[in-house]
Design a protein around this ligand. Sequence first.
Ligand SMILES: C[S@@+](CC[C@H](N)C(=O)[O-])C[C@H]1O[C@@H](n2cnc3c(N)ncnc32)[C@H](O)[C@@H]1O
Length: 244
Amino acid sequence: MSEFEQRYFEDPNYPPGLKGGDEVRGYGYYPDYFPIVEAQLSALVELTSGASLVDIGCGKGALAAYMRQDLGLRVIGTDLSAYAVGHARRAQGGEDTVRAACTHLPLGDGTVDLGWCNGVLQYLEAEAARAALAEMARVSSLAVFCSNIAAAQRQTEWGKRDRLTRLYLRPGQWAQLAQEQARGEDWTVVALPFEGESAILFYRAARLGKVFPLRFVELALERMRRLGALTRSPPGLDAFYRRA
Ligand SMILES: C[S@@+](CC[C@H](N)C(=O)[O-])C[C@H]1O[C@@H](n2cnc3c(N)ncnc32)[C@H](O)[C@@H]1O
């Protein structure tokens, strides 16, 4: 059995780490996190006009439910956990949820507009993470957002007790890994400056334009601010603007 079964999702003390959220509005254990994700996701959809999305490592499907109901997306959910997939499939519209490892997605090349993967790759060994990044690029046609635990979390009390996380990488390190996997496929990968997580964005510049990452970050931050989820500008924002 994988480590990601009932106890992982339902016991707030096992093991310390990011949970898969509840079924109502996502991130039941971390309600303050939901508006951040809501801002990122809605900005991604608005700026790409994407209509379909694969939620890789979708957990119990809380976010996929939001994507379907509030954003009108056609969503395929995938997760390794039988417990999580069972939950996600029972939700309205959740029948398109399948049990699959993120290293082997059961989808054809470019079959969805957007890829989304939040809080999953940190649990993999580096080789498997590379394979998963290649899979995201393979199945998506416009853009992929992938966010993982922040490298700095390793030093926290919480991080010291987390037995599951294998990869604590900075955004630039994730972006480099991803760019190596997506090479030759016309993808550009950028490290994103969002504070408290290690997020990257893959995008097809030929279709979305070179300023897409900049617009995405600006819109997502503006939405976070509006939703009360941003208390200060991310420390890495100036450097991001200089690079962009
Ligand atoms: C922290 S939760 C994140 C869930 C969801 N993405 C969210 O943002 O609420 C991590 C999820 O990754 C899934 N997972 C772990 N290893 C996986 C793998 N190798 N392939 C697919 N899913 C995996 C777990 O079952 C769990 O649902």
